[in-house]
Design a protein around this ligand. Structure first.
Ligand SMILES: [Ca+2]
Length: 149
């Protein structure tokens, strides 16, 4: 019984964190901005910066789904969209452009594959599974910006 209580407390803690995460994103929704214009990754990041924002970083499935919803509600359907991850400095060493820790990932099966040795930037909504793919940074995709909290 005591163990059950501990597990329940653990679940409550988890749910509380989950809830806070949701609040942060929901309350920050006005600062999430989907740009339905095709740009290279660097031009997308520059445009985000001009809006006082940066390409979005993603740190949980909840955030991933929030951004997917934003894209969809903004008329972007589930098209491939740049997010702020890249390994341009060294292959397989991923960073978020906003400096946050790169920990959560949602790679599609077989990705990142650095196809042709040239894929250093990340799109979400790749394939029917709407997961992540590393893509050539010079490809043009719409993008999602987020203002720092
Ligand atoms: Ca790839």
């Amino acid at each position: 019984y005591h163990v059950t209580v501990m597990i329940t407390l653990g679940l409550l803690t988890t749910m509380y964190i989950y809830f806070l995460d949701k609040i942060r994103i929901v309350s920050d929704n006005s600062k999430l901005h989907f740009v339905n214009r095709y740009q290279t990754w660097a031009r997308a990041e520059r445009d985000c910066l001009s809006l006082g924002a940066q390409l979005a970083s993603v740190h949980s499935f909840l955030e991933h789904h929030q951004i997917q919803n934003l894209i969809s509600e903004s008329g972007g359907g589930n098209q491939e969209t740049w997010i702020g991850a890249s390994d341009a400095e060294e292959n397989s060493i991923w960073f978020w452009s906003d400096g946050r820790i790169f920990q959560f990932t949602n790679w599609c099966g077989g990705q990142p594959n650095n196809a042709g040795g040239k894929q250093s930037c990340v799109v979400m909504n790749y394939s029917v599974n709407t997961c992540w793919n590393d893509e050539q940074c010079t490809a043009s995709r719409p993008y999602v910006c987020v203002k720092k909290l």
